[in-house]
Write a protein that binds this ligand. Sequence first.
Ligand code: HEM
Length: 206
Amino acid sequence: MNSAHPIPPARFDLLARILHWTMAALIVAMLFLGAALVGSLGNYHRALVLHESVGVAVLVLALIRIVNRLRRTAPPQIPAISRPERIVATGSEVLMYALFTAQPIVGWALVSASGAPIRVFGGVLLPAIAPANAHLYHLLRDVHTFLAFGLLAVFTAHMCAVLAHSLVLRDQVLNRMLRTPRFRRTSTEPAPGHPLQAPVPTPPDS
Ligand code: HEM
């Protein structure tokens, strides 16, 4: 291998892959938890505390992810992806990062505007980031709902694109975000011991 021009990795780095799947799970959970929160009759306070804590965790992970994405080069796109598709993919990626960051900040600001204290992770008191104000609260509450629908729409489009690539086009797009398949055989030769494999000659008895 030429050390001056190393072959770029075909997959995102390990941290990017861990953050991607962790955040995907947390954000889906948060969309359900938020909707459940609004419609809940009992356990409202407990659900809100959980929603706030997981939301702040999403914010921290989103910031780590943005820094990691800026510091590490993404693997090259597979050749089957056309230029217009690359532009759409990059645009949706930027939009997702913006939503991942904006939604928790708006949530934090709306609780601040309500005048209620924000305690996360069982006791950490966060400072207010907006003045207590009823009008501001209602405005931010509407923005939080709007961004939640935005997240749901972008998330659904992202899932549909990945499913189309994996199930219809059957290309390698999803593999860029999966762990390295250590046990996958790349050779077309039959595995050792396979009936099609020539028998290994046994050494004559001494
Ligand atoms: C990725 C992060 C987040 C997502 C996806 C999310 C999602 C949602 C959703 C879907 C709703 C229901 C909206 C509606 O039906 O109108 C909601 C409500 C709410 N969220 Fe979030 N949220 C996030 C972060 C946060 C954070 C960090 C806080 C506060 C620190 C927060 C505080 C609230 C509050 C107070 C409500 C309203 C509950 C009510 O009206 O009873 N959210 N959220």
